[in-house]
Design a protein around this ligand. Structure first.
Ligand SMILES: Cc1cc2nc3c(=O)[nH]c(=O)nc-3n(C[C@H](O)[C@H](O)[C@H](O)COP(=O)(O)OP(=O)(O)OC[C@H]3O[C@@H](n4cnc5c(N)ncnc54)[C@H](O)[C@@H]3O)c2cc1C
Length: 381
């Protein structure tokens, strides 16, 4: 048993054990290091996840999925975050981000056409909202979509788009009414092979097996039936997915904390200085205790938010809190772990990779600052 189950049901224990069993076979530790060094997408693991039906976990049964609830999804994503931050990212851009847009916002025809191949691992997706001048301010984008007969013509630039370099379809946000602020935004499902679309991978600090990319759109022609939802109606569609996104980013970080703790405990148990194991120094054992408390708190916040969502509550405060707590704890755990492993953590290897990965949490999917704004606004209302 790799880590405590946190009161999981039998089915949730099965989810955890099955996905960890699969990943340890197809993506062992040395393979993770190899892929990270090569900045290569974990294709074999992605296909193995698809073959075992995991890509359909969050998708409704009507389209061939399992329609899992929030706690089940948190258990699954925590296990992925524990095994490898990057393979979790490979999963999420397609199954969670792309999959929910198709499931909730695409026409019935598009759902029937694209969800089954998505579940089978035959197509990958990404979401393209951020722009060079507009990351946190998602409504301040400049990419435009102008109607041209039965199509739209898209022009602009996106940045930091995870897995755009391997995606078959991108969900792109664009202004259809530039003067209307967030009421002038629309979403489009763009085939990545469309002429005028260029993708250029970027060079990130961590999570290098799911690269961020620049995406350039130069008169990219998109049929009107590939617009997701109504024209100018993207803002509530974007807001709709935020609770689940924040929950699953929190679950990722909770899992990542568990892995770091395991790696560092293993190191500390055998490392000796001045003739003694370093765990005999309180300066070290207290750091391990702090890492445990931070990990436990990350999990508490995550599973509390999942339970609130499953109970049908308006859980904006809880999911937002969970995302901040888990991602910030994750980086603190990584920093404490690095200090304990010292030179052996700093040079290339597992701890260095974990440290680099952990820095992304408080930035991606809404920065900690923006999310604190969300919490304070909610507290006022
Ligand atoms: C590796 C990686 C992968 C990503 N993947 C994707 C993706 O797949 N798709 C996508 O669309 N985007 C993606 N992003 C973009 C990500 O969502 C943005 O980086 C994030 O929203 C922050 O935007 P920014 O980097 O432009 O920072 P800015 O918005 O420029 O913010 C700069 C600083 O100012 C602070 N700040 C800004 N506004 C406020 C405010 N109102 N109050 C307080 N503080 C404020 C921020 O918190 C931050 O500290 C990714 C980013 C990274 C690094």
């Amino acid at each position: 048993m790799p880590y405590k189950t946190f009161g999981f049901s039998e089915q949730q224990i099965m989810i955890r054990d099955n996905v960890l069993g699969l990943l340890s076979r197809v993506l062992p530790a040395d393979k993770i290091q190899e892929l990270d060094a090569a900045s290569a997408f974990p294709e074999e693991a992605f296909q193995a996840l698809a073959a075992d039906g995991w890509l359909g976990l969050p998708i409704a049964e009507a389209y061939g999925g399992a329609g899992a609830g929030n706690r089940d999804m948190a258990v699954f994503i925590e296990a992925m975050g524990y095994h490898h931050y990057g393979v979790r990212s490979a999963y999420m851009t397609t199954a969670i981000y792309g999959g929910s847009h198709l499931q909730y916002h695409a026409s019935e025809e598009l759902r029937r056409e694209l969800l089954p191949p998505l579940i089978q691992g035959q197509l990958k997706m990404c979401i393209a909202y951020s722009e060079p001048d507009s990351g946190s301010d998602a409504a301040g984008i400049r990419t435009s979509a102008v109607r041209d007969g039965d199509d739209y013509l898209l022009n602009g630039q996106k940045v930091f788009i995870t897995n755009a370099h391997v995606a078959d379809f991108m969900v792109v946000s664009a202004k259809t009414d530039p003067a209307a602020g967030r009421r002038g935004l629309s979403l489009f499902l763009v085939d990545a092979r469309t002429p005028g679309l260029t993708v250029r991978p970027m060079d990130p600090l961590g999570a290098r097996t799911s690269l961020p990319n620049e995406v350039f759109l130069d008169d990219v022609r998109v049929p009107a039936e590939r617009r997701l939802g109504e024209e100018n109606a993207a803002w509530p569609m974007l807001m709709r997915g935020l609770n689940q996104e924040r929950l699953l980013l929190a679950a990722t970080s909770a899992g990542h904390c568990l892995k770091i703790l395991e790696v560092v405990q293993e190191f500390a148990a055998t490392r000796r200085t001045f003739g003694k194991p370093i765990t005999e120094y309180q300066a070290v054992s207290h750091k391990l205790a702090d890492m445990h408390m931070l990990t436990e708190t990350a999990r508490l916040a995550t599973y509390h938010a999942a339970d609130m969502l499953d109970a049908g509550e308006d859980a904006v405060l809880e999911t937002t809190t969970a995302k901040i707590v888990a991602t910030e704890n994750n980086f603190r755990v990584a920093d404490l772990g690095m200090q304990i492993m010292a030179g052996n953590g700093y040079v290339a290897g597992e701890m260095q990779r974990l440290f680099r990965e952990a820095r992304l949490g408080p930035i991606g999917g809404g920065t900690s600052e923006i999310l604190r704004n969300v919490i304070s606004k909610r507290m006022e209302s």
